[in-house]
Each structure stands twice: as C-alpha cells, then as structure tokens.
Design a protein around this ligand. Sequence first.
Ligand code: TYD
Length: 204
Amino acid sequence: MFITLEGPEGSGKTTAIKYAVSKLKEMGYEIVQTREPGGTPISEQIRDVILSKENTDMDGRTEALLYAASRRQHLVEKIWPALKEGKIVICDRYLDSSLAYQGHARGLGEKAILDINLFATEDTYPDLTILFDIDPEIGMKRINDNTDREVNRLDLEQMEFHKTVRNAFLEISKEYPDRYVVIDASRPLEIVEKEVLDIILKRL
Ligand code: TYD
C-alpha cells in the first residue's frame, strides 16, 4: 500500500503522521516512511538544489523537471522495492505536490506537469492520499512560530501563491476521489493524528 500526505505549508502533516506510524508498527505492520523531494542520497542532492534560498533564478520548468527527476530516483531506489516486499510506504508529498505547486501555483498547467510525472513515475499513483487542508494564513503562522523548521525557497513565496496551492489541492482531490481523503488540519494535533490512523486502518 502506497500512501501519500499532501497539503499546503504548515499543515502539520509531518508531525501528525508520527502517531499513526508508531501505532501501525506496534500492530506489526512494516512501514517505510519517506519524503519528497528527497528520500535517497541522489534525490536529497536534487532537493538541496531545488530548495536552496540562493537559487532565486531557477526557471519554473527547471524546477518541475528537478522534482520529477528526484521522484523517479526515489521510486527506483526506495518506493518500488519496498512495495514489492509488501511494506506500507508513507511518503510526505508526492506527485500531487507537483500538480499543485508547479502546475497551478507556478502556472505551468496541470496537464503538462502530469505528463512529465507520468513519464517519471511510469504511472505510479498512490493507493491513498491524505490531504491536510488548512488556510495558508494559519499554516504560515505555524511555520513562523516553529523555530525548529528551516524556512525554504518555496516558503518565501507570497500568500497568494500559498492560497493557489491550497485551492489546487482541493480541486485535485475532486479529480481523484477514489484515492483522496481530505481532513481539516486546522484542528488540534491530538484529533488530527487519531483521524489519520483511522483513515489508514480503514483502507488496510
Ligand atoms: P519541505 O521542507 O519538505 O516542506 P513541507 O514540510 O511543507 O513538506 O519542502 C518541500 C517544498 O517543496 C514545499 O514547499 C513544497 C514543494 N514541492 C513542490 O513544489 N513540488 C513537489 O513536487 C514537491 C514534492 C514539493
């Protein structure tokens, strides 16, 4: 089972998944937890190029291709082998982040971004995508209040950009209703993390 977590900045998905992962492990499930961009040494190197605050000159299509390249390497080295071994893969961001950020917020078009990503992933879609929906005003405030998390190049975009990202995710969730579950991530962590576990258990 291939599960992806999506949402705007500061939606808390990385924190909220920890509870489900520990409970699932206790139940005996084998979990591979990973993230994009990154997850393997090559993909992490690509991540550094994409997110570096120095790379303000990066062209939108270059950015989209780098995300897709990082994703491809991640699938080949980590995700496909784990799925083959029957493990549950939980990935923090995946293809839909490219559709929302590059396709919609950067204005490159969802179809164009989907095309390069279907080439990169050989049509590998998740079985379940949990969308942590939150108003970006609240999300960005959470990030600014959280001193542990480093601010990256995409965080520095204007509020309009983040609002477009949020709306894009909501639209994409309607395009793929079979694999999408949308949750309200503005609620307290204890509620959100339990709901995430319930959603995963239902699908298993
Ligand atoms: P990260 O620090 O992992 O952010 P978060 O904790 O919000 O997941 O940074 C990843 C950034 O890259 C984030 O701003 C979203 C963006 N992104 C894209 O624009 N396209 C993509 O395909 C992916 C995977 C991420």
